[in-house]
Design a protein around this ligand. Sequence first.
Ligand code: ZN
Length: 283
Amino acid sequence: MDELDTPVLDNHLHLDPEHGRGMDAVRDFVRLGGTHLLVVNKPSWHLGPVPSERADFRTAFEATVDAVADANEILPGEAWPVLGVHPGLISHLVDEGHEPEAARELMQSGLDLAAEYLADGRALALKTGRPHYEVSDAVWDASNAVLKHGLALGAEHDCAVQLHTEGTDDLTEVAEWAEDRGLAAEKVVKHYAGGELAGPTPSVMSEKDRLRVAADAGEPFLMETDFVDDPDRPGAVLGPKTVPRRVRWLLDAGHDDAVANAHVETPERVYGIDTVGTLDSGE
Ligand SMILES: [Zn+2]
């Protein structure tokens, strides 16, 4: 196993032991020096039919909680679930004939269910957002209402909220929505981010050019792959070895501060997790 002498957290990936690589992906991550994972549930329509009621979200949530339990047997550190509703669901629901308002209600009920896992200590954070592609005004408004509901639930449970949004380096308006509801802007995390972001905390896709920008900026950031663990889309995103590889690359370039930022300080600030204290002693 490659020793990097630091916790190494992938802040956003998916594990699908039933259809994908599952624990083999975790073993690859660990072999390269990875230690901690935030595992996000797959979109519910990837694991079954498009949900039509709140209970339909439970399948994806339970699969994620189970995968995290298995990953915890393998990792030298720890894994935690991030549960929520993928914003792209609204388009699937509208395509099936739902009004945007009805889709909003269903998606909010899915977030309410995810929040029950937060309240029980079975999940670390919520996931919500809005489409990254063109949609009608009605769908956009309904999506923003879902997003705001997620922020309110994050505030209520004092938990971080990961966002899937359009590509942008400025989400100050969303950060204000969070603050208005009592959730600190830093506890809002934009997944699939570039190296710099105004407003929430960026979870930077672990490509070298993006990481260079984040390391030079010196602002709080996280690192992720968005590994989808989907056998039908093998090259869709970065693989599970990427974060430990990029940590080694950052250390070799003398960016020790950036590594401590993304893998120790920012995880503590955003999620309240102790990536050093949860590491096995390595004896
Ligand atoms: Zn993802």
